[in-house]
Design a protein around this ligand. Structure first.
Ligand SMILES: [Fe+2]
Ligand SMILES: [Fe+2]
Length: 440
């Protein structure tokens, strides 16, 4: 903990002594760090709830950039007297961001984040730039100027997704909670909460949805299987040397597109680990952004190969099963089972793709593989910490084995329930991929 008080206004008050200016500015940097941290903790809850894949991708990118802001702020802050050694967040600030996740309607929640909290963050950065000495505090100034440009870009990138909710009653509620703090830096006089104000987080705390939203896209339980008349990714075909490499290429792009399921379930882990060290959330944010890029590989490349994305069903089973398990179980399965177990098949697929002299496909798959190796490293680094946060005391290997067992039981209970959104004649299947390639 750095500040003895949870009062944000007090944190912005002048400090006494020779280093007063440094300490004042360090406190502001500290508040900015905490605000970015809180965005990273809470904004991912939007991701499984919004439907458009492009919006999910954009949120992943913003969360990752916020994690980068927070880390640079922490690095710079630690050079200054008064920033503090710890990483904890003031309860009042945490309460504000926890409130932001509560609306049941994803569009309303999105509007709260991007219509109230992000503009407040931009205003806070501008305030910092205005009150600091541009020569004395040049290192912070350089960072903050860059972050302002990022925040302005985030606002532009998100504008087309914000509807009328941005000015509705929820925005008023959140703005009142923010005004009671005096802004994110305590830069304005705090205004008392209006009479009758009720914190939604007390009345109806947030919980993750039982299934994730894919907007206009058809859904199903799983895209993997053995029947080419039913599913697009025919498991034996992936590793059969007789399969046309062009078929393998389409199947692997469908596989990559479906990494959107990893995006949706990994998003749930941040909010469920509020006491995580910042570096854990930083690496989760990187992991999340990587998965969103992998999914974009498929989203971008499939139409170029003649696949109509409206015919590709999205598999929801992993989200549906994992959201019913604990956060450390989700993370263990993701890193120690799904990712660690995917390398042999992906290696075989990459060898087949190389036959096509498709430089772009080779490049995308090579980066996917490199990223996945990092994800498994993250798993080894962070799983013991997430286990500890969740009160798990068994040795890691024993816990992973037990979790694999539990996953099988949960899959039997909750998996396979999402009906096909399209009949076989309209959805992309292995047979359709064969025909598509034959006609190319
Ligand atoms: Fe991935
Ligand atoms: Fe991964």
């Amino acid at each position: 903990m750095v500040a003895p008080s949870s009062d944000l206004a007090a944190a912005a008050a002048p400090a006494a002594g020779r280093l007063a200016a440094v300490q004042d500015l360090a406190r502001l940097l500290r508040l900015l760090f905490e605000a970015e941290r809180e965005f990273v903790r809470t904004a991912p809850t939007l991701i499984p709830r919004v439907g458009a894949p492009e919006l999910k991708y954009l949120l992943c990118q913003h969360v990752w950039e916020s994690a980068g802001h927070a880390r640079f702020l922490r690095e710079r802050g630690r050079e200054l007297s008064g920033f503090g050694a710890g990483e904890s967040v003031r309860p009042a600030l945490r309460r504000l961001f926890t409130e932001a996740v509560t609306p049941a309607d994803a569009d309303v929640a999105l509007a709260g984040f991007y219509g109230v909290l992000k503009p407040a963050l931009l205003a806070a950065y501008r305030h910092y730039l205005a009150v600091t000495d541009h020569l004395a505090d040049w290192p912070s100034k350089r960072l903050v100027a860059e972050f302002i440009a990022d925040e302005e870009r985030h606002a532009r990138e998100m504008a087309r997704y914000l509807g009328s909710a941005a000015s509705g009653p929820w925005a008023t509620q959140l703005a009142a909670a923010l005004a009671a703090l005096g802004g994110l830096l305590g830069e304005t006089a705090p205004r008392p909460l209006p009479p009758g104000f009720v914190w939604h987080q007390d009345a109806s705390p947030y919980r993750h949805p039982d299934t994730c939203n894919r907007g206009p896209y058809p859904v199903c339980a799983s895209v993997f299987g053995h029947d080419p008349a039913e599913v697009p990714i025919v498991r034996p075909w992936l590793v059969d040397p007789k399969t046309d490499a062009r078929v393998v290429r389409i199947m692997v792009y469908v596989w990559l597109l479906m990494e959107l399921d990893a995006v949706d379930y990994l998003s749930t882990v941040f909010f469920d680990t509020p006491e995580a060290p910042f570096d854990l959330h930083h690496d989760l944010a990187r992991h999340l952004w990587d998965e969103s890029r992998h999914s974009q590989f498929g989203f971008r490349q499939l139409p170029k190969l003649g696949v109509d994305l409206a015919t590709v069903e999205h598999s929801l089973d992993l989200y549906v099963i994992l959201v019913r398990m604990a956060p450390h179980e989700r993370y263990a399965l993701m890193t120690m089972e799904f990712e660690a177990g995917s390398f042999p098949t992906k290696a075989a697929v990459m060898d087949r793709i190389r036959e096509l002299n498709d430089f772009e496909a080779d490049t995308l798959l090579a980066f996917d593989r490199n990223d996945e190796q990092n994800h498994v490293r993250y798993g080894h680094r962070w799983l013991p910490e997430i286990m500890a946060l969740c009160g798990e005391t068994r040795p890691v290997e024993e816990f992973v084995r037990a979790t694999q067992e539990k996953f099988r039981a949960c899959a039997a209970q909750f998996g396979g329930r999402t009906p096909h959104g399209l009949p076989p004649e309209r959805r992309l299947t292995g047979e359709k991929i064969l025909r598509l390639v034959a006609g190319a």
